[in-house]
Design a protein around this ligand. Structure first.
Ligand code: MF3
Ligand code: CO
Ligand code: CO
Length: 283
């Protein structure tokens, strides 16, 4: 876990060197390529277990490592969070049933209209690339489509606020004001994080906040932005498996995640989709 590179700010945030961006680029690109390749597998009748198996093989084929296998006892190369699962859905385990949907109990089979987040983190030469995006099995309901669109746009508005001299509060504020104006709620219980040579480092990147508050952004900071938006209330709860987080009111939830690095003029997104597939239905 010890990471001697660069220096730490007074907030304990690591400042990486210009030469470190290339490592993040390679890790981010692999994670994004894997998410590109997964798209055709997401169909009604597919299982989250087989999608995760595919991701496990892709990571190995690339000569990389999964950051999540063995992380705090987690045993899979991805998190797959279906419908009202907010994050950390476990592939291959039962998709939590909801009163709103007909779902065969006790399995991990996707059905028409499901929306799901797939989150992959890889390690390439010691650098971490962490990204997630939304997929749909079959045809989503219009309100589900809208949740996905608003969540993607909220991430991009957060990223637009990334530049030296702005603060982490500016990022959270950009996400929150847009999401709430669209009548969606922002999850408070999970946040983005610094990363680089480690998976989760300072700061906590909140997806809500007030302008001008929090640590000041500096060139050379690497972190994720990964807003989770709900159609209903923001509260979550973690199921008995100790991982799966769901919305308390069982409303639909969506998430997108990029890993970024602060540059002199703004930021570089390390996890852009090489195929332009980040946002389903458009680029
Ligand atoms: N990739 C997740 C994140 O965005 C973390 C997953 S940890 C796991 O930070 F153990 F649940 F995989
Ligand atoms: Co992350
Ligand atoms: Co992630």
């Amino acid at each position: 876990m010890d990471d001697p590179r660069g220096r730490l700010t007074r907030d304990g945030i690591r400042i990486y060197e210009p030469g470190d961006f290339d490592g993040m680029r390679r890790a981010g690109r692999l994670a994004a390529e894997i998410l590109d390749a997964v798209g055709p597998l997401v169909q009604p009748g597919a299982t989250t277990g087989m999608i995760d198996g595919f991701i496990t093989r892709k990571v190995a084929e690339a000569g990389a490592r999964s950051a999540t296998i063995g992380y705090r006892g987690y045993q899979h190369a991805s998190c797959i969070s279906v419908n009202h699962v907010v994050c950390h859905g476990i592939p291959g385990s039962d998709i939590p049933a909801s009163k709103h949907e007909r779902r065969p109990r006790g399995n991990d089979v996707l059905v028409d209209g499901d929306i799901l987040n797939i989150d992959v983190t890889v390690i390439v030469d010691g650098w971490f690339g962490d990204t997630s995006r939304m997929y749909v099995a079959g045809t989503p309901k219009p309100y589900a489509r809208r949740l996905i669109d608003v969540t993607h746009e909220s991430l991009m508005r957060g990223i637009d606020a990334v530049r030296p001299g702005n603060t982490f509060g500016d990022i959270g504020h950009a996400i929150q004001t847009y999401a709430e104006a669209e009548r969606m709620s922002v999850v408070r219980d999970f946040c983005g994080h610094g990363l680089g040579r480690v998976f989760h480092a300072p700061p906590n990147v909140l997806h809500y906040g007030r302008p001008g508050t929090g640590a000041v952004l500096e060139e050379g900071m690497f972190f994720t932005i990964e807003p989770m938006l709900n159609l209903g209330r923001p509260e979550t709860k973690v199921l008995a498996d100790d991982w799966t987080a769901i919305t308390r009111d069982k409303s639909l939830s969506a998430q997108f995640e990029h890993s970024v690095g602060v540059t002199a003029g703004g930021c570089e997104i390390f996890t852009l989709s090489p195929a332009g597939l980040f946002h389903p239905g458009q680029s």
